[in-house]
Ligand binder design. Structure first.
Ligand SMILES: Nc1ncnc2c1ncn2[C@@H]1O[C@H](COP(=O)(O)OP(=O)(O)OP(=O)(O)O)[C@@H](O)[C@H]1O
Length: 281
């Protein structure tokens, strides 16, 4: 993905179609508790993501990032807690209605059936279509724009299963874009991507802000999180240990405490954005 293309057509073509919720609050999760097979994985988590912001969910392996994202998006119903977006009760609302509002790009998503890339992206349109409705010209344009945004147009007729990990990741992002969500959550969206594609995804997520989309992404790369995200939520052992504005939260001390490494927060001489170097503690 080149920076030139990122977020341009998609932003214009398909992410302006947002109804007014009449309530500007973003994602608000309160007292989320997730238990799996008797093990408490998420322990009374409160977190907020401001409307129209880009936030990162960070933390060490096993901290509970995927589990929390799955709970926030009702993929796994939490044992307790509430999740609202504006005036919408995300956990209580019908699935189809929720899918018109919120999209979730899971980590290493797979499909069992032999769908083409175009079909996978078209699945993102289903929440917006009535049962008897064939693909409308508007939907077709949105699907095409979504593929174009992630530079996967040439792969449209390929079987999804035949793609590389990075190509699959881009297609799943295109599917989420085709869903025209107001809330977009992503679990490690830069997984499998080369450096250029990683930057392109973060540029794209940044650009979604200008269309009012609220974005929360679990990220392992703290330099990317520091460079692109407005806010950071830090998870450790299933609990939020810090949250707030990126430059306030992501300190060398916090990284040492949470990850057990020595961190040096530097400046990229070209972009002026933070770059974090690490060494063993
Ligand atoms: N069925 C289960 N029983 C017990 N523990 C589980 C179960 N499923 C997941 N876990 C544990 O829950 C914890 C949180 O997992 P999760 O995948 O949410 O972490 P993560 O922060 O996304 O990790 P990573 O950065 O490695 O992707 C892990 O320690 C994992 O081993």
């Amino acid at each position: 993905m080149s920076d030139d293309n990122v977020g341009d057509s998609m932003g214009a073509a398909s992410l302006h179609n947002h109804s007014n919720l009449g309530d500007d609050s973003g994602l608000v999760a309160e007292r989320i508790r997730v238990t799996t097979d008797g093990t408490l994985l998420i322990d009374d988590v409160d977190c907020t993501v401001a409307r129209g912001s880009l936030s990162a969910l960070v933390g060490p392996n096993g901290a509970g990032k995927s589990t929390l994202l799955r709970a926030l998006t009702a993929v796994q119903t939490p044992a307790a807690g509430s999740v609202t977006f504006g005036s919408n009760d995300l956990l209580g609302m019908p699935r189809r209605q929720r899918a018109r509002l919120a999209a979730f790009v899971e980590q290493d998503a797979t499909t069992d059936t032999s769908l083409t890339v175009g079909m996978v992206v078209a699945l993102g349109r289903l929440p917006h279509q009535s049962l008897w409705e064939a693909d409308s010209p508007e939907s077709a344009a949105i699907i095409a724009a979504s593929l174009e945004t992630v530079e996967m147009t040439a792969f449209r007729e390929r079987e999804f299963q035949s793609l590389s990990g990075g190509e699959k990741q881009r297609v799943m992002l295109a599917r989420a874009l085709a869903q025209q969500p107001q809330l977009l959550t992503l679990d490690e969206p830069t997984n499998h991507l080369d450096i250029a594609a990683q930057l392109a995804v973060l540029e794209l997520l940044s650009s979604l802000r200008s269309t009012g989309v609220t974005v929360l992404a679990a990220l392992h790369d703290l330099s990317l999180a520091a460079s692109y995200c407005d806010h950071i939520i830090v998870l450790s052992h299933g609990r939020v240990v810090a949250a707030g504005a990126t430059e306030t939260v992501l300190t060398e001390q916090l990284i040492a405490d949470v990850y057990g490494v020595t961190a040096s927060i530097l400046r990229n001489p070209v972009t002026g954005k933070p770059v974090i170097g690490f060494s063993p503690a």
